[in-house]
Each structure stands twice: as structure tokens, then as C-alpha cells.
Design a protein. Structure first.
Length: 134
């Protein structure tokens, strides 16, 4: 099994607003501060075939009580896995949520992280860890 980690690591907020309900990140890191509003910029090709078996998302900065994020793994532009993480107040941070399942990727498939808000989060910072097997 192999790991991929990425995200803002508490340094950069997720920037969602009424004009940008989705934001995208490369799986291996943040890229542009706050992510990208265009998915194709964040997409990366898989270097080899692999099976995604785990996605853990960590909410590192409080977006407000009851607020949070859906963090999606996108394969060729389609959501194939989602982990939802919601705050229950500042004392609950950091907070982790894990998705387990099985999604197969072929060499050359495009992968990225897509983030949408839950209950209009006021900022917040995320990191993620994915486990792949071959």
C-alpha cells in the first residue's frame, strides 16, 4: 500500500462563496492558495494503476459550529468517494473523517480533490491522506 497526503495543513483557508460552490485541489498538495475554481487545473494523471481504499480528511481550522466540508475524490471529473467532516465547535478541532471503499484507477486516469461546503462554512482548513493498493 502507498500513501498520498495533501491539503493546506492549517495554513490556507478553503475559499467558497456564492459564486464558487466548488473548489479543487491537486491530490498531492494545495497548488494555488485556497485551491482552484476550475477542476481541469487541479487534475493529475495517475502514473500507474492502483486501487483507492481509504480517504481520511482532517479539519484543521474551525469553520464554525455545525459547518464543514464534503471532500470528494474525483476520477476523470466524476465523484467516486466522499468524506464529510463537520465541526461541533472549536474544541472539536482537529477532527477527522474517514471513507473506506474501493475505487480502481487505471494508468492515465485523472484524479483530483473537490471540496463543497456543508452549512456555509466560514473558512476552515483541511488536509487529507489517501491509501492506495496495487
Amino acid at each position: 500500500a502507498g500513501w498520498i497526503t495533501g491539503g493546506a495543513s492549517g495554513q490556507q483557508d478553503v475559499h467558497l462563496d456564492n459564486n464558487h460552490l466548488n473548489i479543487y485541489y491537486p491530490v498531492t498538495g494545495v497548488g494555488q492558495n485556497g485551491g482552484y475554481y476550475t477542476e481541469s487545473i487541479a487534475q493529475q494523471p495517475m502514473g500507474s494503476a492502483a486501487k483507492l481504499v481509504n480517504l481520511t480528511v482532517v479539519l484543521e481550522k474551525d469553520p464554525g459550529n455545525g459547518n464543514g466540508f464534503n471532500v470528494n475524490i474525483n476520477k476523470n471529473g466524476v465523484v467516486v468517494a466522499t468524506a464529510t467532516v463537520k465541526s461541533s465547535g472549536g474544541n472539536s478541532i482537529p477532527l477527522a473523517s474517514t471513507w473506506t471503499g474501493s475505487v480502481t484507477f487505471a494508468t492515465g486516469d485523472k484524479i483530483d480533490i473537490g471540496v463543497t461546503g456543508v452549512n456555509n462554512p466560514g473558512g476552515g482548513s483541511l488536509s487529507w491522506r489517501m491509501t492506495f493498493s496495487q
